[in-house]
Write a protein that binds this ligand. Structure first.
Ligand code: ZN
Length: 94
């Protein structure tokens, strides 16, 4: 399970080659996740403290390669935001 940020700055979870976005926080402290695919996939996951409590199957195969690409985008975004933080202060931090 890996938490990343999408191009639009939303947090995503990568689990077993699938990408999930947060649906809602539940009263019992767990979190409901939904598959990012918008084409009718009913894939869902319920997690608590990074443990998977339950899941609903997807109607498509996992796509680890796409998740790797999403991770790269997330890393670049983080680097970019750190850089802009430095320029905002006008100082060179070593
Ligand atoms: Zn799915």
């Amino acid at each position: 399970m890996e938490k990343i940020e999408s191009q639009k700055g939303k947090s995503l979870l990568l689990i077993d080659g699938y990408r999930y976005r947060k649906d809602k926080d539940n009263n019992d402290g767990s979190t409901s996740l939904r598959c990012c695919r918008e084409d009718g996939c009913r894939g869902r996951m319920k997690i608590l403290n990074d443990n998977i409590l339950s899941s609903i199957e997807h109607n498509h195969a996992p796509d680890p390669a796409r998740n790797e690409a999403a991770k790269v985008v997330s890393t670049i975004r983080k680097r970019a935001s750190r850089r802009s933080g430095k320029t905002a202060t006008g100082n060179t931090v070593k």
